[in-house]
Each structure stands twice: as C-alpha cells, then as structure tokens.
Design a protein around this ligand. Sequence first.
Ligand code: GLN
Length: 206
Amino acid sequence: MKIGVIAIQGDVEEHIKALKATLAERGENENGEVIRIKHRGIVSSCDAIVIPGGESTTIGRLMEREGITEELRDAAEEGKPLLGTCAGMILLAKEGDEEVKKTGQPLLGLMDVRVKRNAFGRQRESFEAPLKMSIFDEPFPGVFIRAPCITHAADTVDVLATLDEDDDKMNKRIVAARQGNIMALAFHPELTGDRRIHHYFLDTFL
Ligand code: GLN
C-alpha cells in the first residue's frame, strides 16, 4: 500500500508521521509506504492520497503549476481514496465563498460542497473541541487552526460532524464530510495522537 502526501506546503511531515504510525499499528511496516508528492508523475502510483493543511491558495496554485491538479482529478475518478484536511478540505470543494472567489484560487472541485475559509473568526482562530462524529462512539479531539467549514453540501455528501455557531445553536457548520472515496476534514487529526480517522480512512476506503 502506497500513500502519497501532497508535499508542496503545510503540515506535510505531521501527516507522514501519523500515516507511518497508522501503517505500523496495522502491521503494514513491510508493505506500507508513505511518499511525498511534489511533482507530476507520482500520483498515479499511489493507492491513496492526502492533501494536508496549510495555505490553500499556495497549495492550489503550485499543484496546478506542477500539473498535479489534473492527476488528482483522474485519481478521484478512478475511485482512489483522497483525504483533505483544513486547506485540503477547501481544495477538494466544488465551490468557495466570496473570499475564495476573490482570490481566484484554483479548486479541485471533487466534492459537491461549498466551503468558507477562516470560518471561525479571529477570536477563535485556533481551538480544540471534542467532536461528536457519526463514525465513532467516542468524541474525536478536533484541532482547528484558522479552519474552514462546509456551509452547503449536496444530498450525495455524508455529513460526519458539525459544530454549532457560537451564537446560534440551530446554525451548524459542517466540519467533516465524505462523498464516496473522498473525505474532507476542517480540523487536523495528524496533530493528535488519536489515529482513529487515519484507520477509518484506510479501513473503509482501501
Ligand atoms: N486558513 C487556511 C486557508 O484558507 C487553512 C488553514 C489550515 O490549513 N490550517 O488556506
């Protein structure tokens, strides 16, 4: 099993560490491999691909320049599992909010969702919150760093977790979702010691 991490910018090393630890826990030390994707020509050799957090504008533009964008679209179409965290979530979306549109940043357009950048405001730039996720019995430690959220999702998208707006309990922000072979998270599981999401990703997608 070969897992590729888009290694252009952002918390690449943390993802690699978490994925290696997950593979080791699964006894896949020998057959499992985690590689960095910096250039075109690597994506097609991977069984699963992770797009890390960072600056979605930078990652999006450089992926396009390197020709990785098209390769990722092909991989998704072939049914390969893709996981995007934080900036990665933004890049997976079909549509962005005004801020995203203003920057003209390229999106992969692989999930039928609309995303909002920096959705939690300046006061709550970074925070940790125990998240109730539909896929686990126990809450997951959600680490949010200038996090986006999904504001609209098509019926074909499974919502895995939401967070209330501070001032309006009725208004929920989607912070984890899945559409077929593609999973998007507004938070950073690679920054916790909790590897349930990584195991889930490999269990259900591969
Ligand atoms: N705010 C960043 C962006 O819009 C995402 C933050 C992150 O990935 N930690 O690209």
